[in-house]
Design a protein around this ligand. Structure first.
Ligand code: PRX
Length: 658
């Protein structure tokens, strides 16, 4: 935790209240605040009964002996139970009579002049067959239970098939966001010790092809761990082919049976690893296991979005993020829902694409990020108003605090005042939604994620773990384990304890600051560690710094977050150069490229400032607080008493920006 954050001030006051309509509450799964309170109490006081009852709704090949085994900070859920995520997402739904229901509804990005986009409707039965064939193909290639499979795919149904097939045969997947660079791929392949990689020739993004296979080829020059690369031919351009290593997806499924015995997975067997940024330079492989995560996905999707049989549900996240794992693939599918996937960019060919999609497919539940909402606001409501969005019933937000202005726009312009808004707070580590309104229950206020979900004992505390009074900012912690919580960090068990369970005694510390208002609502105030949230995506300042110092000209770099109108937070980099190197526009360009190459375009700094020195304390620690202030406001008014060399600030103020 950064020591620059001594106290967290909270000034945001927003008191407008939006209760759900009586009509909405009457049809929702949970109908009243009283019902929520009663269920919440049971989930906290008697978690075994609460979660045991939920888990019984799903399918297990062996029942559990014990719901929870908790030896802080290690939790085991549904101990002794065996199940399989793919069976719950597919077979169970077919058995319930949903075989002909559309499981994945997909739309491709390209729009030939005046033509409709490509649309695919894949029923539960078809998805079951596709998954089984591919799973059999993977087994034939040698993939066994426990082998980590890396997935680097565009947003196409086959990406979900790949995840489900891995789950079916018990091979944990490690999905890498398609916007990450080749360096990010090789780092993650090496950390996960993965021997199999599934990719595609490319994916469509804003009218161009993102060359995924090319990035993979480049990544694999840095490691020879990967034995097989399975390539889905999607965009169709020429790609280099390495005989013996590369295998066409078609050949993997060719002749494979559409029946595939699912691997019985122990409830605590690894389902997936997903890398996310932390406060060091090295991304952490967050571990999620099978049973508890499945139960969490199932219940949170059902209640947070008030999911019903005839809903057409669209979460706009990419499968490369945890939101894509839990709320594009696993949550909706294990509820037997129709999950909509869109391949491309929100602004292709212009910012009306999402509204076209909602109208065309009669989307009923729409879950997106504040950064997207702000971009839509900027593009103007005229684009929205041309469309019939009357199918929408519930709107969701995730990834960063939603500013009240964007909340109100979402509620009025997209939801026409009739759709409850669920502002959902959670993390890669939490696996599932933790703090959220429930659509038929919670009177919402713009900017707050409101109340904890069932089983979540969230609190705002000081560093000793003492709960703080209303409206005092503090640390957001969980005081009890929950089913979908991370079970560790891949290859780094000590970091799990250090990172999450050491700052506040006996609690899971989220890394976020928050306050609770007098109604008990949680207001998230952002990260208190060295993690940035750029467009709802997590980036470690240390990761960007280590990319910058990898350039031969750079002696030292410090990266801080600055407020950004669209992205929520932007990236500002302060750089000192080695002797003999001089600041120039060309060097600036080279540094930007170095970051993009090392991490991906999402990490590209918005500002680079060259400086002769960085402000440090006498013990040599960079004072990021001052850099943050300078990058954000152009001035430094904060306390500088611990600064070692006062002249640094004056020189920094003169430094070039942009
Ligand atoms: O700071 C919080 C912010 O996003 C962080 C988690 O990022 P990540 O693991 O990438 O997962 C994003 C999607 C779940 C949190 O620590 N965050 C997420 N949702 C919200 C949020 N901040 C405020 N309000 C939210 N609804």
């Amino acid at each position: 935790m950064s020591s620059d954050h001594v106290a967290i001030e909270s000034s945001l006051q927003e008191n407008r209240l939006f209760p759900p309509s009586a009509q909405f509450s009457a049809q929702s799964h949970i109908k009243s605040r009283q019902q929520y309170e009663q269920m919440y109490r049971q989930s906290i006081d008697d978690p075994d009964t609460f979660w045991g009852n939920v888990a019984k709704e799903l399918s297990w090949s062996r029942p559990w002996d014990k719901v929870l085994d908790w030896k802080s900070p290690y939790a085991k859920w549904f101990v002794g139970g065996q199940t399989n995520m793919a069976v719950n997402c597919l077979d169970r739904n077919i058995e319930r009579g949903l075989g002909d229901k559309v499981a994945i509804l997909w739309e491709g990005e390209p729009l030939a002049q005046g033509k409709s986009p490509e649309i695919r409707r894949i029923t539960y039965r078809q998805l079951h067959q596709m998954t089984n064939r591919f799973a059999n193909g993977l087994r034939k290639l040698g993939v066994k239970k426990g082998d980590r499979v890396t997935i680097y795919m565009p947003m196409v149904p086959e990406a979900a098939v790949a995840m489900l097939a891995c789950a079916r045969i018990g091979a944990p997947h490690s999905v890498i966001f398609g916007g990450f660079s080749s360096q990010a791929i090789s780092d993650r392949v090496i950390d996960a010790q993965s021997q199999y990689l599934i990719t595609s020739d490319g994916g469509w993004r804003r009218g161009s092809v993102v060359e995924l296979k090319k990035n993979v080829d480049e990544a694999l020059t840095k490691t020879d761990l990967i034995k097989k690369v399975i390539v889905l031919k999607h965009t169709g351009q020429q790609i280099p082919w390495i005989e013996g290593r590369d295998v066409d997806w078609k050949d993997v499924i060719d002749g494979a049976s559409d029946q595939c015995a699912a691997e019985p997975m122990d409830s605590e067997d690894l389902l997936y690893v997903l890398y996310t940024s932390g406060s060091t330079g090295k991304p952490k492989g967050i571990i999620h296991t099978t049973g508890g995560y499945m139960v969490g996905c199932y219940l949170t999707t059902k209640y947070t979005f008030d999911l019903h049989d005839n809903d057409v549900y669209w979460c706009t996240a990419d499968i490369g993020w945890v939101t894509g794992h839990s709320y594009v693939v696993y949550g909706p599918l294990c509820n037997g829902a129709t999950t909509f996937m869109y391949e491309g960019a929100p602004n292709f060919p212009d910012f009306s694409r999402f509204w076209d999609i909602i109208e065309r497919h009669k989307i009923t539940i729409f879950y997106t990020a504040p950064t997207a909402i702000r971009a839509f606001m900027k593009a103007g409501r005229e684009l929205v108003d041309k469309h019939d969005l009357s199918s929408l019933r519930v709107l969701g937000s995730v990834g960063e605090p939603i500013n009240p202005e964007a909340w109100i726009w979402y509620q009025q312009v997209i939801g026409h005042g009739k759709c409850p808004i669920v502002d959902t707070w959670w993390q890669t580590e939490t696996g599932c939604i933790m703090i959220t309104p429930l659509p038929g229950v919670t009177a919402t206020k713009p900017g707050t994620a409101t109340l904890p979900f069932f089983g979540i004992d969230a609190a705002v505390v000081d560093r000793t773990g003492k709960e703080l009074p209303p409206n005092q900012g503090g640390l957001l912690v969980m005081r009890k384990p929950w089913p979908s919580m991370l079970r560790g960090i891949f290859n780094d068990p000590d970091r799990y304890v250090r990172q999450y369970w050491s700052d506040v005694p006996g609690c899971y510390f989220s890394g976020d600051g928050a306050r609770r208002d007098s109604d008990g609502y949680f207001w998230i105030m952002g990260r208190v560690d060295d993690v940035l949230n750029v467009s709802g995506h997590r980036l470690g300042t240390a990761e960007i710094e280590s990319a910058l110092v990898s350039h031969e000209a750079v002696a030292e770099a410090a990266v801080v977050g600055v407020p950004h109108e669209m992205k929520g937070q932007g990236v500002a980099a302060f750089v000192t150069l080695k002797a003999g190197y001089h600041a120039s526009d060309d060097l600036k360009k080279q540094l930007l490229n170095t970051v993009v190459k090392a991490i991906g375009a999402i990490a590209r700094p918005d500002q680079i400032r060259f400086s002769e020195a960085l402000p440090k304390t006498r013990s040599g620690k960079i004072m990021r607080r001052l850099l943050k202030e300078l990058a954000g406001t152009g001035d430094v008014k904060g306390d500088v008493t611990t600064l070692e060399d006062f002249s640094v600030i004056a020189r920094l103020k003169e430094s070039d920006e942009g």
